[in-house]
Design a protein around this ligand. Sequence first.
Ligand code: BG6
Length: 464
Amino acid sequence: MTKFPKNFLWGASTSAYQIEGAINEGGKVPSIMDRFDEQPSYPEGITGFKEASDHYNKWKEDVALMAEMGFKSYRFSISWPRIIKNLKGDINFEGIKFYNDLIDELLKYNIEPVVTMFHFDTPNFIQEVGGVCTDKFTELFEIYSKVLFENFGSKVKYWLTINELNMFVMAADVIGVVPKDQQLNPWQLMHHLNVAQAKAIKLFRKMCPNGKIGPAPNIGAVYSNSKKPEDYTSKLNIDMVRNWVYLDIVCRGEYSSLFLNAIKKNGLSITITEAEKKLLKESKPDFIAFNYYSTMTSQMPTQKEVHQEKKDQQRGFSIPNFGEAVKNSELPKTEFGWEIDPIGFRNTLREVYDRYQLPVMITENGIGGKEKLEESDKVHDSYRIEYYQQHIKQMGLAIDDGVEMIGYMPWSAIDLVSTHEGISKRYGFVYVNRDEFDLKDMRRIRKDSFFWYKNLIESNGENI
Ligand code: BG6
C-alpha cells in the first residue's frame, strides 16, 4: 500500500464561471460564457452559466463543507471579468474583496488555496477586440496578472496560469472559448496563450519570489491502436499535438522542430518574434499541474480527408498521413461516453514526470454522471467512489514508481455546470439541489462519495 507524502494536498477543484453564478452581481462585467447558452451551437435543453451553483452567495457554506471533508487544498479560478472592468485595466474592488474573503476563509481552515488565473471566461471587452487570438490579449493578461499578484500574492502559494491551454486548440467551439465565426490559425492562437502564460510567469518571479507557479493543460497518454509501425508513428504525432507541445514550450522554452515541421506540412506556421523567443526561454514553471480524464488511442488513417467528430473534449479526429483518434475497445466508458482508464493515469503521470522532472499536481480528474436525490437527502454515487478508488490506487503506484507529487484535486468539489452538458452531468462530492432550468432551493447535500473522501483524506490515502 502506497504511503502518500506527509503534506500531500488532497482537495478538489472548480472554476468560477461553472460554479459562481451571479453574473451581474458585485460589479462583474460580462464574459463570453455568460451568454454561451444563447449561441445556436449550444445544445438544446441544457442550462447555461447565469446561476450555476450560486457559489457567489453560498461560498461560506461551500468552504465549510470542504473543511468538513478535511480538504488540505482547494483549486478554484478567479474570474477575470469580476476583477477587471475594461480595457484600461480599471479594478473592480468588490471582486477583489470577494476573492480575498474566500481565500481568508480557506486559510482559516488550513486549506491551501490553489488559484487558476484564467479558466475559459474571457471578458467581453477583450473578445470585442479579438479575444485570445490577438497580441492585445497577452498585454491585457499581463495587466490582470499584476493585479492578481499584488492583491493575493502574499496569501496564495500555488498559482496555475491558464486552464487547459490545449483545449483552446482542440475543442474551442465545443467549450465556447472561441466564438464559432472567428477565423483562426489554431497554432497562432496557442502561441498567443503561451506568450501570455510566459509573461505571467516572468512577472510572478519578480512579484512573488516565494510562490510557485505552473501550467495546467489537459494531458493523457496516447496508445498505438496496433502493433503496426505506422500506427506507432501516428501515436507519436498525436502525442506531440495533444500533449507535449504545450508542456515543451513552458518547460523547455521552445517548440520542437518536429512540431514546427508537422504544422508546416499542413500549410500552417507560427509567427514568433525574437523578443518572444527570449521571453519563452526565461519563463519556466516550478511544477506541472495537469487535468486527467482519459487516454487516447491512435492509428494511421486510411481515409484521405480531414474529419472531426463535433461531440466534445474527447472527440475523435482524423488527419491524413498524421493520425486518427479511435475508440479503445479495452476501456469502459462513462454514461457520457468518456473512456475510463485508471492505469492510463499511472502511465500519464510517469511520462510527464520522466520527460520534465518537475513535481506534479493533479488539478482535475473525475467522472460526470446523472444522479438522483433519494429520500432523506441521500445521493448514492458508488460509481464515483469506484472511479476514484481505481485512479487513486494508480496514482499511488506512480508515486511508488518514483513520480514526485504535490497533490490531487479532482473535479469537482461540489456540483457545477459542465462546459456544455449542463448541471445534470454532475461531478461533485456535494449535490446541488437544482435541475437544468428549475433552480429549486440550491440546497447542498453530502453524497456518499463525500463521506468516503473524508475518510480517505483523514487516513492520508490509506482507507481507500
Ligand atoms: C475540463 C475543464 O475540460 O473538464 C472543466 O477544465 C470541465 O472546465 C471538465 O468542466 C469536465 O468537462 P465537462 O465538459 O464534462 O464539463
